[in-house]
Structures are given as C-alpha cells and as structure tokens.
Design a protein around this ligand. Structure first.
Ligand code: 9PG
Length: 525
C-alpha cells in the first residue's frame, strides 16, 4: 500500500505504481464523481456526504452494475474517482490498467487493483483539464477507435422491440429509402435464441437476403447480437455447459435475467470459446453485415471461476479481441452493455449510458428503486454527459433520439436535448418508424441527418452548437428523493421488485403494451 499526500501547488499529473494507493486530500471534498462499471451503470457527480442507495432489484445487479461492489459501504466506482473541493478544483485518481476500483474514504481517495498492482494516474486542476489528461493517458496505453464516425443510423429497437419480422422490416426500409441514413440496423428479435445466432421463423429468407436488401438501397447493413451471453434454454448452453462461468460451487453464475430467463456468461479464457466467437463474427460478416452492435458484453467480465486463472476484465478483453479479430478492422463495432476500460482500443463506438425511453423520468425507477440504469431519457442523458471525457478515445454512443410525437411523451425541449447530445457525440441514431412521423417531423429528421454542425465545448456540461448554447447541467444531476413517505414506499416497491412473481406481472404488462404498440404500428403500414 502506497500512501501519498496531495501537494497544494503541484498540477502536473503523476503516475505511481501500487497495488493499493491512498491519496490524502487534506480537506473534506464537496462532491464525488461516481463512475459505474459498464455502459448502463451510473456516472454522476454527487455531494460527498450523500450515500447512493443500493439499486433495486438485486437480481439485476449482474446486468446493470459491477455486482462485486454493489453493497460496498463507501462511495466508489470503477477505475476512476474524482472529488471537487470547496475552491472548485478537481482531483482525479484513475487506474491505467484493468480490474481496478476507487473509493472515497473521508478525506482520501483510495484506489486498488483486484489482483496484483498497476499504474495510477493522479491529476488536479479544473474538471475538463484533469479528465482530458486522464483520457490522453488511457488512449496511449489502450488505443483508440480506428473507424471514423458513421452517418445516420436507423435502429429497430426503440419502436418495434423484439416484435420484428421480415415483411415489417422490408416495408420500413422502403419507407426510409429516401432519407439520408447511412446504416439500417436490425436489433434484437431476429435470432432463434440468445446464444443461437441463426435466424428464427420470422426471417424465412435468411440473413444474407436481409443484408442484401439493405445494401441494394445504398446503405450499410447493421446487426445486433449479444455474443457473450446465452439463455439457459439455448442450444449453446445445452451443448456446451462447460463453456460458461461458474461459481465456487460449480454452478453456472447468473449474468442477470432478461427475455424472461436466466442468463449465463461465456468463459473467454477457453480457446474453444474464443474460436467460436471469432467464427461467429466471420459468419455475420459473410452474411453481409458490417455494422455490429454487440450487446450484454459485461457478462464475460463478471466475477466467477474461469478455466484459466486471470483477472476478470483481462479475460473480457480477450473475448472482445476475439470478436474484433473475427469481424475485421473495417467493420464498425458498437459495444453496448460493456465495461468501459476493457473495451477501449477495440471498439469504434461505446454506449456510455443506459437506454433512452419515450418519456423523460419515471418516479418508480428513480425515487423508489433508486435505479438509474433502467431505460429513461433523463437517465441516458445524465450518464452520457458525465462520460463525454471519453470522446478522444472512443465515439460515445448516447443512444437514439426521437422525432416522432406518436408513441412518445417527450417535450420539444427534451427531444432537442437528446438531439444536441447526438450532434456532440457525432453518433446520430433514431428508431422512428416512417409511418409514425408527420411530414414536418420527417423533414426535421432529414435536416438533422444532413447537418454538419460546428461544436465547441464551453465546459464539461456546456456546449455551443452552431452558436447556440446547450447546457446539460440540470439534466446531468442526480435528484435525491427523501422523506418518510419515500422511504416507506421505496421499501415496499423495492421488496416487490425483488419477488419473481412481481417480475412475471411486470413482463406480462410489458407484453400487453408491446402488443398494443405493434397493432398500432401495423395498422399504420
Ligand atoms: C435489446 C436491447 C437494445 C438496447 C440495449 C439493450 O434489464 N436491463 O437493465 C436492460 C438494459 C438495457 C437493455 C436491456 C435490458 O437494452 O441497450 O439498445 O439493443 O438490449 O435487447
């Protein structure tokens, strides 16, 4: 353990190697910067004397945060932590290698590597300055994105969810043909099962046909896969149970619950698994897709027993490398649901926040479940804005923006904020089906896709876009909900959320809403 005291004047960054490092700040900080593990985990500045409640439901921890530190008693985050003092100066402590964690312990920032030791980066100054310096150093060690930003992307998820099929997508692509999209991306719903990456019965003409139709319209074909997880009922899990991470008692670990099933995680220290991943990516390229949104990538970085002993994030990075090797350097790789540092240098774009949703905030999720990883427009803006410092290393994916007013409750102001963020990130995606756009909204979308804006950064959360100021300050804050009523209601709802039967009711309600939405969509076709 290395203990050092922060000097009051020194402002050149320092790099020190240690297994554990204690950085004495010499004063009680005002705010602490939390940095969550993966895409969907929270990143935000919070008053240093506040404690973030443990988010619910607990069974989603492996899917939303780093479950290893979910119940840690002090403010903590993955790889990097920062504090702001009374004078507004920021001190940052960040690791330059994987498998590291930082906490605020009173008047000290403490960082440690889960195994062994490694380099720590220490900087103080104004917020933009210290985060920029950290990003520079990470870029040098881990590498940067190789492909440049793509133009507009249309993604099927945020209107159709898993209810996609061949005729629906064909007609949608026809309706989008005269809009200046560069990529048409097919999301979740085409596969036989999560783990079995072949087309299901709703895609009888097969995947090469789908990609060919997209390319015939002059666009790139994009595809969603979650290659590092498999549901229990998949053929993959049934055929190769030994390919999956286990707990100390030999049972396959939970990588969370989704698609109404238990998820399991591939062990990316096994050569057979790596070969399978590389072959899968080659296959998808051979089908004709060259924009790949790979999702649920956190799975192979979860704590668990691996065939070959190595730190968990180093193991994940091996898996990501095998995926990149298979797809080739010319494919555009969007990493989603992915631990941040292990992906740097391997992907082109990285989702840096949770999913957006067609309304701004949800009181149940925010106030009662204390869960900032559940889809929501404000949650997405908050975490994305607090991760824009990653921009010199990777294209930040802020998720999609909305132009439609059908099936969307966002105000004009909220939609404008999402659009501004997409322009800043240089990642422009939408999911609006053409038949849900009015003539005016369609023209707004066209103008947005064609825009070549001049973006200037005024501060960490303030930008000028073509001379217009956009301030994300308020949206980027975390609202605290307190009081007796909130505690009682939160206790009840939190308990309910942890019950499997309540989950069944929730997915039944989701199903009903989806059926209504799809009936609406198909009748408009
Ligand atoms: C497809 C989707 C979309 C989306 C991804 C990802 O339970 N959860 O917390 C949870 C979070 C995100 C999520 C699914 C579940 O969405 O971010 O864009 O591709 O998968 O299933």
């Amino acid at each position: 353990m290395e203990a050092i005291r922060l000097s009051s004047e020194g402002s050149t960054p320092q790099i020190i190697s240690a297994d554990r490092l204690r950085l004495e700040l010499g004063q009680t900080p005002r705010r602490y910067y939390y940095h969550g593990w993966q895409s969907w985990s929270l990143a935000a500045w919070i008053e240093a004397d506040r404690r973030l409640p443990v988010q619910r439901p607990y069974f989603l921890h492996p899917l939303q945060i780093d479950p290893a530190w979910a119940f840690h008693p002090r403010p903590n985050g993955s790889w990097v932590g920062a504090v702001e003092g009374e004078n507004g100066r920021v001190v940052l402590l960040g690791s330059l290698e994987l498998d590291a964690h930082v906490e605020l312990d009173g008047t000290a920032l403490v960082g440690w590597y889960e195994t062994g030791s490694g380099p720590w980066f220490i900087a103080q100054g104004d917020e933009s300055q210290v985060f920029d310096a950290y990003a520079q150093e990470l870029a040098t060690r881990l590498g940067t994105a190789t492909n440049t930003a793509r133009g507009g992307v249309w993604c099927s998820w945020y209107s159709m969810y898993t209810d996609i099929d061949e005729p629906l997508l064909h007609r949608t692509f026809e309706g989008l043909a005269d809009l200046p999209f560069e990529v048409l991306q097919v999301d979740d719903g085409w596969q036989r099962s999560v783990g079995d990456w072949e087309p299901n019965a709703k895609f009888p003409s097969g995947m090469p046909d789908l990609a060919r139709r997209i390319r015939a319209a002059g666009k790139s074909a994009g595809l969603w896969l979650a290659p590092l997880v498999a549901v229990r009922s998949s053929r993959l899990f049934q055929a190769h149970p030994d390919w999956f991470l286990r707990d100390g008692r030999g049972r396959p670990i939970s990588a969370g619950v989704n698609w109404g099933e238990q998820l399991h995680a591939l062990d990316t220290t096994q050569p057979a698994v790596l070969d399978w991943l590389t072959a899968l990516m080659r296959q998808v390229r051979a089908w004709g897709f060259d924009y790949l949104k790979l999702d649920f990538l956190y799975a192979s970085g979860l704590p668990g027993v691996r065939r070959q002993h190595m730190p968990r994030e180093a193991a994940l990075r091996r898996g990501l490398k095998a995926l990149r090797d298979g797809m080739g350097t010319d494919a555009f790789f969007v990493a989603c649901g992915c631990p941040i540092l292990p992906s740097l240098g391997l992907c082109d774009a990285l989702r840096v926040g949770p999913d957006v949703w067609s309304d701004w905030e949800n009181r149940r999720d925010e106030a009662l479940l204390h869960n900032p990883a559940i889809p929501g427009a404000r949650s997405a803006v908050r975490t994305t804005v607090n991760r824009l410092w990653l921009q010199p290393i990777v294209i930040p994916d802020p998720d999609i923006v909305y132009f439609r007013s059908t099936e969307c409750d966002l105000t004009e102001e909220q939609k404008n904020l999402l659009q501004a963020l997409a322009l800043i990130c240089r990642f422009r995606a939408t999911s609006d089906p053409p038949q849900w756009l009015s003539a005016e909204e369609r023209e707004q979308l066209r103008a947005f896709l064609l825009r070549a804006p001049k973006v200037e950064r005024l501060g960490p959360r303030r930008y000028l876009i073509d001379g217009f100021e956009v301030d994300f300050g308020r949206a980027a804050e975390l609202t605290h909900y307190e009081g007796l009523w909130n505690t009682v209601a939160g206790g009840v709802v939190g308990w309910l959320a942890n019950q499997p039967w309540a989950l069944k009711i929730d997915s039944w309600m989701w199903r009903r809403a989806a059926e209504k939405r799809m009936a609406h969509l198909r009748e408009d076709l």
